[in-house]
Design a protein around this ligand. Structure first.
Ligand code: 4NP
Length: 159
């Protein structure tokens, strides 16, 4: 039975949020808890709609035994705010963008990834203009955060 539906949101939905989606799915399925979660990702920008994740994100995940190659980028929509319990922005710019389009009353709680995971206010840096080491650093940050998110799936509200 699903206990928590989570949508990860970055800018392009080809680097950070597909990695977060793949990592959380991997962690919950490793624990045999996949039925408890609905996990998805989207972007606030629409440039890459329909595209697979960035090849460097695919390679980074594959290096850790996670296949994200079948994901397809999509843009976040207002309907998502009633489809998901929790919408996690990967950085503060995207959190602002989400708050701008959030319906006044909706199902989803919208928060920063770092706040939900670590209780901090920090951006997951955009690796798009970086190199393999930047993707690896993002992977590690997301992995640590997703492990915490999976461990406490029904954490209380975060402002
Ligand atoms: P993401 O990275 O938000 O982590 O998917 C980016 C991907 C594409 C662009 C910017 C950031 N872009 O400008 O196309």
């Amino acid at each position: 039975m699903t206990s928590l539906s989570i949508l990860f949101v970055c800018l392009g939905n080809i680097c950070r949020s597909p990695l977060a989606e793949g990592i959380l799915r991997h962690l919950t399925s490793e624990e045999g808890r996949d039925q408890e979660f609905v996990i998805d990702s989207a972007g606030t920008g629409g440039w890459h709609i329909g595209s697979p994740p960035d090849s460097r994100a695919i390679a980074t995940a594959a290096g850790h035994g996670i296949d994200i190659s079948q994901q397809k980028a999509r843009k976040v929509s207002t309907a998502d705010f009633d489809r998901f319990d929790l919408i996690l922005a990967l950085d503060r710019n995207n959190l602002r963008a989400l708050k701008e389009i959030a319906p006044p009353a909706c199902r989803a709680r919208t928060a920063l990834f770092s706040t939900q995971a670590f209780g901090t206010v920090e951006d997951v840096p955009d690796p798009y203009y970086g190199g393999a080491a930047d993707f690896e650093a993002v992977y590690r940050l997301l992995y640590r955060g997703c492990a915490l998110i999976a461990a406490v799936p029904n954490d209380g509200p975060v402002s």
